[in-house]
Ligand binder design. Structure first.
Ligand code: SF4
Ligand code: SF4
Length: 63
């Protein structure tokens, strides 16, 4: 089974787009200054977004 629930802690997201740039599966997109998750079904749970976010604003839930 693929896909994950990606939690965005909106008050923490600074819109830096690091997570978008490093996601290997193009799961994430920027909506101006906030990251969005248009393709959660493509997430392979590599954790890069959560590990690289400087503001702890994105979490990958394994479910
Ligand atoms: S890396 Fe973090 S702060 Fe930057 S856009 Fe992604 S969720 Fe927001
Ligand atoms: S866990 Fe990996 S594949 Fe999933 S959204 Fe984050 S960077 Fe992309």
């Amino acid at each position: 089974m693929s896909g994950a629930r990606l939690e965005i802690i909106e008050r923490n997201c600074k819109g830096c787009s690091i997570c978008v740039e490093f996601c290997p599966k193009n799961v994430l997109e920027m909506d101006v200054f906030l990251v969005t998750v248009p393709r959660p079904e493509d997430c392979i749970k590599c954790m890069q977004c959560e590990l690289l976010c400087p503001d702890f604003a994105i979490k990958v839930h394994d479910e």
